[in-house]
Design a protein around this ligand. Sequence first.
Ligand code: AMP
Ligand code: MG
Length: 486
Amino acid sequence: MASGATVASSPATAFSPHAGWNFDHSYARLPQALFARIEPTPVREPKMVVLNRPLAEFLGLNADALNDPAVFAGNSLPPGADPLAQAYAGHQYAHFTMLGDGRAILLGEHITPRGERFDIQLKGPGPTMFSRRGDGRAALGPMLREHIISEAMHALGIPTTRSLAVVTTGEDVWRAERLRGAVLTRVAASHIRVGTFEYAAARGEKDVLQALADHTLRRHYPDLVDAEKPCLSFFEAVMERQAALIAKWMHVGFIHGVMNTDNMALSGETIDYGPCAFMDAYDPATVFSSIDRHGRYAYGSQPRIAQWNLARLAEALLPLLHDDEKQAIETANAAVASFAGRFQRHWLAGMRAKLGLFTEDSGDAALIQSLLDWMQETEADFTNTFRHLADATAGTEWHPRWQARLRQQPQSADEAAGLMRRSNPAFIPRNHKVEEALAAAEQGDLSVMGRLLAVLAKPYDDSEPQSEYAAPAPEGSDVYQTFCGT
Ligand code: AMP
Ligand code: MG
């Protein structure tokens, strides 16, 4: 174990023993086929850009002792780290490929004082055996973008990986242009993906697949260890978490942008913030990613794509579902078919809350749909329409129907208004505000991002209702596009 190892010239005392790191390496105890040990490549001049102090505290780490850019750049390893790159495969835009951590290195699993286990992963630490033709590096803009959006997702109450720190490397990275190099430290329940199972299945070694499934079950679904059919129960539980997750995305207008199977985590966390963005005007066909030419990952397609990805997981799990392949396929098909109902249940529950509804009525789905139809027709801003539902739609034919429905429930108008305030964010990471923060950060001014992060940390608090952070992009601004060259 590389306890206290130093991979660069920086002295071993550069990190404090009091930072509170407490590493374990359960993934490294899995069969060798699933990973490869690799050390980060030291960079020229690590500089701290942002350290997430609330997250450090949540992890039981001492933020002051932690404030060492050399650790977050991979130049020195924290005590107890045992770095490795994870192998995985994936369906990218429906095409199967063998992948792996091409520009990420797992330092290990930090165990918090409460006993919770979190992957600590460097994103952009240099090449690994899975880098193919890539440089293993990341640029500052996309890493800060991941920092901002993943923290916003967390504050919105949506399961997500988080960002502990972003550092610059003092080195350039070349994409379409020369950019400043950076490393992000990602914190995740785990980095086990649908693609990790596809990789294990593609190798055709049942014992490797079984070991990965046992590990994932124990780690993320411990209640199911003693289930009668652990593999089927495991798969159903993964589907349930994905159904809940995608519903939450839909409730806030989040578009992941690249829902390949390697970007879907078994923990049920949102992972891999690339060309993601929040929708402004409501339109199910909304796509921001410049490379998603056919709209495969459009806002409205996300539930169907999640089910498609889960079908790939079910395929990978077939050898564990039943010894008889035909029966395994039948079991898998029946399970996958339950996704639509699971998603609908989560989606409807969240939409009712957005409308201030505590009770259920058989007409609710139609009521919600007619609001969405009206929003699409009028190109209404998704976030602000819900936030200001009580006044904004006063002129519509829909409004009295909704008011009548509210009066049917025993809860008071005040209670309904409270539920709506808790369910409809005032602040999402508006694309133009994110770009503004990133542009300033590129110039060395971090204050714009600091203010944005402060607003996004309290998305349901609109004590400043006229805030510039709640406004959609100004009329006439360019159609927003995100790029995958991250
Ligand atoms: P993504 O589209 O970001 O989910 O990445 C897809 C695959 O490409 C993953 O296996 C990444 O590790 C790999 N990858 C992305 N960028 C780089 C890079 N700059 N160098 C090496 N591998 C990369
Ligand atoms: Mg990925």
